[in-house]
Write a protein that binds this ligand. Sequence first.
Ligand SMILES: [Zn+2]
Length: 127
Amino acid sequence: MLKKGNKLYSILTGNCPKCHLESMYLESNPYIIKKIFKMHDRCSKCNTKYKMEPSFFFGAMYVSYAIGVAICIAIFLLVYLLLESSLLNTLFIICLVLFVFIPLNFRLSRNIWINFFINYDPQAAKN
Ligand SMILES: [Zn+2]
């Protein structure tokens, strides 16, 4: 399932959305906070420009919001309904999980956002 050519591959690995051959980020680990915002300008393999227009990645905020809501709902269902924890504890756990997932959410939302606009191109992957 997670092969080159699949959008999920680019989204989960942070690789170039067009050729899937290299990471868009200078540091692929999102938890190295100092470098979390550092991206290459272009893909060195297929020359795709990642920041297609100024402020391109502001749109990723909407994706980030959706991921955040999904995490909240998932944690609520798990902790409050399944484990029958108190509302206050559930709220605390939701905040904690959201906090821990900030770097991952940040990267995932950028990856999803850019994959809305750029599709995999097998020709680009051959170069
Ligand atoms: Zn590329």
